[in-house]
Write a protein that binds this ligand. Structure first.
Ligand code: SAM
Length: 232
């Protein structure tokens, strides 16, 4: 059953996600189904999404939801833990990552405040307990355009602007020295933008060679990254 169909069969606790999220989640999470993965969801709400993730990921997955609201503790379930704390608190995040890790999937569906989303990303994306092949997703990024969440169109500290700048980091090796590669460059295979969400796919980057193949065989071609404009 796909996630969209699963939503229509859901009769459990309230879950709340925008329609376009379901196919996107399915596209990026499919390879983790029925695997012994650890999934962290920031923002438990009324507990419905944790029930959906259990059905989606299957019986081997360890799920953990974190929320600032103590009522969420009641939503613990089979192999599903809930921990109460603030998503911007480094000590809390370290403790839950050490408890759950290694973590393959992190979903930020918490406060959606720009300062929190930024801080949580900074604390978790390079965390030693985050799987180098894991997926990080930030939901509800329409708040990046809303002042009451610290957002606003082209506001430099909104998470959408940060994600746009990360596209340059992803391509830093092609900037001819203008932007030195960062830890993000080395750790990230791809970024995917959707309406209101960004997915990050971590992974090991291949060596910086382009490949050519013809009747003579296959060979690697060294690319000179720092070539000056007009010297081609
Ligand atoms: C949008 S709801 C989560 C919905 C749920 N994931 C779902 O899909 O049904 C957001 C949750 O984030 C929690 N939250 C707000 N600020 C937080 C913070 N600073 N740290 C952790 N959780 C927070 C709220 O208490 C609320 O339960």
């Amino acid at each position: 059953m796909n996630l969209w169909a699963d939503l229509h069969n859901h009769r459990g606790r309230l879950l709340h996600k925008w329609a376009q999220y379901f196919p996107a989640y399915e596209r990026h999470f499919a390879r983790f189904r029925n695997q012994a993965v650890s999934v962290l969801e920031i923002g438990v709400g009324d507990g419905g999404s944790l029930q959906m993730w259990r059905r989606f990921f299957g019986p081997y997955a360890r799920l953990m939801g974190i929320d600032i609201d103590p009522k969420c503790k009641a939503f613990e379930d089979y192999n599903t833990a809930v921990r109460i704390g603030d998503q911007s608190d480094p000590a809390f995040l370290n403790a839950i990552m050490d408890e759950l890790g290694p973590v393959q999937i992190i979903i930020d569906d918490g406060s959606h405040r720009m300062d929190h989303v930024r801080r949580t990303f900074e604390l978790l994306y390079h965390h030693r307990q985050f799987d180098p092949n894991g997926i990080y997703v930030v939901e509800d990024l329409h708040t990046a355009y809303w002042p009451e969440f610290g957002g606003g169109l082209r506001r430099p500290d909104s998470f959408i602007e940060i994600a746009k700048a990360q596209v340059d980091e992803l391509n830093a090796q092609h900037t001819r020295g203008a932007l030195p590669p960062t830890p993000f460059t080395g750790a990230t295979l791809s970024m995917h933008f959707y309406d209101s969400m960004v997915f990050y796919e971590r992974g090991r980057r291949p060596p910086n060679v382009s490949m050519m193949a013809d009747a003579e065989g296959t060979r690697q071609v060294q690319i000179v990254f720092n070539r000056r404009a007009g010297s081609d």
